[in-house]
Write a protein that binds this ligand. Structure first.
Ligand SMILES: [Mn+2]
Length: 432
């Protein structure tokens, strides 16, 4: 992350906050004011010696820059890395192990209070690494709530890490201060047994190092690593703000005990603003890839966007090149297969700009007859995050709209009319 921060600094993209800020709401309020723009807090009132970076993957533009591609190529780049994972270099003398603390007090670390009803101080940029003999390494994001000196309660959904723990793998390493390539790789939920460490290395060359108290590998160039053990204890986790910007319910979750912390001499801790642009990009982008993959199996998929208004989680737009009458309906089913939490999907033709909400509404206004285009799917399993669904049983009603034109549609009636010369005309030439 440190190198990327220097790049951002050079290009005038980094906002430096030099006045000391508090972990209690103040840091989060500034992150929210600057949502989408990378920020570095130089002094944290309660946590001497720590800097804090936030909003690092705050926009698609910054993420594209971090991955060395154009915005249009983000999904293809990430898809390639998922399909072709590769091993990173293993090194000793890692920067993230300059300081070793075998009796850590996490109350000295910048865990943040975000919202007024938060159950406790949280870390949100925390990536947990675990290992299984058969499946290899796994890395995934988990918010952590501090419950006392060296214990945190982790929100762990029934995905890969949960499976690893059930299989008896209790050692974990929690890494902070990572490059966007590692962050977006850790946000990927793909097949169990495909290591996010290897996906990250295919996005950008990575160096890994062995932990001090166990054999787990962590990014050598990260800022802080908490080495610990998943206990048999469960504790209340939450309430805390989730991607919707609303409060998630309190659940009993697993307690992790931290036995050792390693870090750089001048560590930069890291936070992700809850419900902020970075949170949505990290959660949403890998799901866009998953939808892109599935839709690509049934028709020609050109691009996918989980929309910002749909929390980059619930509502998708899928752009296809239609060749058969049923491509649109097939794309709807494939999109739901690709992303289990998806609630609404709109399938559009290749002439539509899927980043323009007004244009998407124009599609609804001019290309859709709901009695023919709408696919309703009541009583499906959806996301636990949707306050309008049953958050315990996850039952929800899903819907897809096929807004693609019939193959024999007259383009004159449906495509945006153009005025010859409108794109090249220069108003300056006319007002002199
Ligand atoms: Mn995984």
């Amino acid at each position: 992350m440190r190198d990327f921060l220097s790049e951002l600094e050079k290009e005038g993209e980094l906002i430096n906050i030099v006045k000391p800020v508090s972990t209690k709401f103040e840091a989060a309020a500034i992150m929210k004011k600057l949502d989408g723009r990378p920020v570095l807090f130089h002094k944290i009132k309660e946590c001497e010696g720590f800097k804090l970076a936030a909003n690092i993957c705050g926009s698609r533009r910054i993420l594209a820059k971090a991955l060395g591609v154009s915005e249009d190529d983000i999904l293809r780049k990430l898809n390639d890395a998922i399909e072709n994972p590769s091993k990173g270099e293993i090194v000793e003398d890692a920067p993230c192990q300059q300081v070793i603390d075998r009796n850590p007090d996490l109350r000295k670390f910048p865990f943040l209070l975000f919202g007024q009803y938060d159950g406790g101080p949280y870390t949100t940029a925390s990536i947990i690494i675990a290992h299984d003999k058969e499946y290899g390494f796994n890395a995934s994001f988990h918010r952590l709530m501090l419950i006392d000196k060296n214990r945190v309660v982790a929100r762990i959904l029934p995905r890969h890490l949960d499976e690893f723990i059930r299989r008896g793998n209790r050692n974990v390493a929690i890494t902070f201060g990572n490059h966007p390539a590692f962050m977006i790789a850790a946000a990927v939920t793909w097949k169990i047994g495909v290591s996010e460490l290897d996906i990250a290395n295919s996005l950008r060359k990575m160096r890994y190092t062995k932990c001090v108290t166990n054999d787990l590998l962590v990014p050598a160039d990260c800022e802080v690593v908490m080495e610990g053990v998943v206990t048999d204890e469960w504790a209340d986790e939450g309430p805390i703000i989730d991607i919707t910007g609303t409060y998630d319910v309190v659940r009993k979750q697993r307690v992790i005990e931290i036995e050792c912390v390693t870090m750089r001499r001048d560590p930069i801790f890291q936070a992700v603003l809850l419900a902020g642009s970075e949170h949505k990009i990290l959660m949403g982008t890998p799901r866009e890839v998953a939808i892109y993959k599935e839709v690509g199996k049934v028709c020609e998929c050109l691009d996918v966007r989980l929309t910002p208004g749909g929390c980059k989680w619930f509502n998708a737009v899928v752009k296809i090149r239609k060749r058969h009458a049923d491509d649109g309906k097939k794309a709807i089913e494939a999109a739901f297969k690709g992303h289990g939490s998806l609630k609404h999907v709109l399938v559009v033709d290749e002439d539509i700009n899927i980043d323009d909400p007004a244009e998407l509404e124009w599609v609804l206004a001019t290309r859709v007859q709901m009695d023919k285009c709408l696919v309703l799917k009541p009583n499906e399993y959806g996301s636990s995050l949707d306050p309008s669904a049953d958050q315990y049983t996850r039952k929800t009603c899903k819907a897809g709209i096929d807004a693609t034109l019939p193959l024999d549609a007259d383009p004159k009636l449906f495509k945006k009319a153009k005025i010859p010369g409108e794109e090249s005309i220069k108003i300056e030439d006319y007002i002199k």
